[in-house]
Design a protein around this ligand. Sequence first.
Ligand code: FDA
Length: 452
Amino acid sequence: MTTHDVIVVGAGVTGLTAAWRLAQAGQDVLVLEARDRIGGRLRTEAHGAPGAEADFEIGGQWVSPDQDALLGILDELELPTYPRFREGESLYVDKTGVAHRFGEELPVGESTSAAIAQLTKTLDGLAAAMDPARPWELDDADHLDSVSFRAWLEQQCDDPVAVDNVALYIGPAMLTKPAHSFSALQAVQMAASAGSFSNLVDADVILDRRVVGGLQRVPLALASRLGDRVRLGQDVTLVEWDEDGAVVHVGNEIHAARRLVLAVPPTLVTRIRFSPELPAEHRIAREHQSFGLVIKVQAQYATPFWRADGLSGTGFAPWQLVHEVYDNTPEGEPRGMLVGFVSDERADAVGRLSESERRDRVLESLAAYFGDAALEPLTYVESDWQHQELTGGAYGTSFDLGGLTRWGAVLREPLGPIEFGSSDVAGHGFQHVDGAVRVGDEIAHRILADAT
Ligand code: FDA
């Protein structure tokens, strides 16, 4: 048996941030990661013909200007960033499949524009009044948590195109669930976690920059500072705990510590056995969390052909299989890359197809934006987080109707020597790497405060 001050389970950004802060403060830390790699939901992979491979961001990739916790750690780790390509006009594919070019305003007609502006104002007002770390404290939280986001939008607005567009931004595009399946309160929390609904829907804010070499460099750099304190291939299956500490089991090995950090998504806490068992409320709260589902698709072409046509590569289409698309060409790369997203029920449907049928459907959808040139990529890559037991979906987890007010606070509560956390329980930066850094920092801070 090895003995430590703190054991951290999970080498994603949350766990590694907590571990690095604790190690910097002189604590003896051990990080146990089940996978054979660092980074959890961040992963950069090389794909393409041998000798002509390019890096593809399989998980998270964008950084926004308000994400100061992430920007701070990028600074500290000396990891440079570059802006997303955004010059030129964007595209909007309407319900009939026709692509329209636009500059600032979605080309949806005056009354729909006004309806979207009104919904935006209402959502911005609610988000401004909410502490995203304590959404259940918002006035009217109980009511907002009892009605689905789509039903709430329909109560506010009788323009179906405005409703579909606003539903898209938080449903398929963010929580990656259909807008009828989560509450209006959960939607407002998503907006508040990004500063406002306006920020969340502004691609120039939320998808502002990328990290040179990929966002996985953050956890890789933290892990390299921690050195042999990080151990891979260590699937923690049993935790024995009492008020004085915890003992974790990995196969036949056991490790003990005064404090334990379970830096895994809430849905994966229930994969671990506890002795004594978790109090019912802790278990039930996590059973009511679920991952959204989005398939990130990336297609690389000989050139970024859309740029020659005056297009930025940005496109939205609430009714298309690929509901949003962006230029994802890495800085300095002559070949062009598009990234698109297939979300919620559409991801279920194409998930049942064969690989080649799915690829054809996705490329046809990209062609609805960019024409037939989109049908012939050099390389095509899909991210498959839903098939990985150690994640289970993308981008993150959220509650079903009523869950946030009923169990939201429990997800963040420590239990004896155990701290729980991941970007899924963040306030600011919820479901983003920024939130993972914040939660990791907060946990380390609490443990250090208790140690003095
Ligand atoms: P994460 O899930 O990364 O880490 C948990 C770790 O615990 C994993 O490594 C897992 O293997 C390990 N683990 C689980 N159970 C274990 C056990 N029993 N024993 C040992 N180890 C165990 N964010 C963003 O800011 N910008 C973006 O552009 C995007 N885009 C995006 C796209 C896609 C496709 C995905 C999947 C995600 C994003 N995100 C994102 C979200 C972002 O990637 C995510 O919020 C953080 O990486 C989560 O980090 P955590 O450390 O909290 O969890």
